[in-house]
Design a protein around this ligand. Structure first.
Ligand code: SF4
Length: 328
């Protein structure tokens, strides 16, 4: 952890007791996010992305709980805080943007009131100042004729404009960190890029760190500085986004990159995308050794019995026995 580290997630483990056994959807996950840095967390459905985000902000659905590891925000361990303390962290120090903007907005309250109430709750400012701040927040996220839209209700905005309002709501408390979980998945393709660029620009300007959760390698490529690839609740690969995308080392990451449409490569044979065979294993039926081994084209005997440790290989770090082989 350096002086520029904003968030440190260390050996985070989330467990869910069930009648059929204890599930571990997040297993010894570690990564950091610096000030003004955008870190993508990517993987297929069931990889543990969203539950990692929920654990960080203390919004795990019971009976899921953090069983070990820690979450540290600006040097303060927040993973042990009680609900009241966590409520203060959310909004003021960590803002959130979820997939469906309607879940973040109160349908019975005007946009201006929602922004003003949030600003007053986190910044201890007067109602008048909060209204001014709400107006500026709408201007900042590019809402046309912002002053006349302050008294409008969420249903009067399009999906893309609603997500802009949610970004304004997440940023109005001046948080240090934004956790954005599939923020553009519900939007039309034409507005996805605009919303992502807006989030990126505003966070850069304010030096706000971002944890961007997505299943989409295209979103990772366009938006993030570093990427954490999760598989079956564990980190498979972590590194600088450009390096991971151009020279992925983990077979699973290579599969995700190969399954992503690349407009530059859509002619002839390149138009065919490579699918990763099989599917993510269920948490009650995790394979022994490397959890990716039943789907891996490079599987070796050791992969079936031993869980690989995270090991640097070239420019990135991977949990794969290929890294151990390369350094032997
Ligand atoms: Fe494939 Fe083995 Fe690496 Fe797992 S450890 S990704 S099975 S090569």
């Amino acid at each position: 952890m350096t002086e520029h580290t904003l968030l440190e997630v260390k050996d985070l483990k989330v467990q869910i007791p069930t009648r059929r056994g204890v599930l571990t959807p997040v297993n010894e996950v570690s990564f950091t996010i610096g000030r003004g840095e955008i870190v993508g967390v990517v993987g297929e459905s069931g990889a543990g992305k969203s539950i990692t985000g929920s654990a960080i902000i203390g919004l795990l659905d019971r009976p899921a709980r953090i069983s070990s590891g820690s979450v540290t925000l600006q040097g303060e361990v927040i993973s042990g805080l009680n609900e009241e303390q966590l409520r203060r962290v959310r909004g003021k120090r960590i803002g959130t943007v979820f997939q469906d903007p309607l879940t973040s907005l109160d349908p019975l309250m005007s946009i201006g009131d929602q922004l003003s109430e949030t600003a007053m709750a986190h910044l201890a400012i007067s109602r008048e100042a909060a209204r001014e701040k709400a107006l500026q927040a709408l201007i900042d996220v590019g809402i046309p004729a912002a002053e006349s839209r302050l008294d409008a209700y969420p249903h009067e905005f399009s999906g893309g404009m609603r997500q802009r309002v949610v970004i304004a709501l997440a940023l109005i408390g001046e948080p240090d960190l934004i956790i954005a979980d599939e923020p553009t998945t519900a939007l039309d393709v034409s507005v996805q890029a605009q919303v992502l660029m807006l989030l990126k620009r505003l966070c850069r300007e304010r030096n706000t760190g971002v944890m961007l959760i997505t299943h989409d390698m295209g979103v990772i490529a366009e938006t993030t500085d570093r990427v954490v690839v999760l598989y079956a609740g564990r980190v498979a690969e972590i590194g600088n986004t450009e390096q991971v995308l151009t020279s992925a080392k983990h077979p699973y990451t290579r599969g995700l990159v190969g399954a992503t449409p690349n407009p530059a490569n859509m002619d002839g044979d390149n138009a065919r995308l490579n699918q990763i065979p099989g599917s993510m294993p269920g948490l009650l039926a995790l394979p022994t050794g490397c959890p990716f081994h039943p789907r891996c084209s490079e599987v070796m005997p050791v992969c079936k019995t031993e869980q690989p440790a995270l090991t640097p290989l070239g420019d990135t770090t991977i949990a794969c026995h290929l890294a151990t082989e390369a350094s032997a």
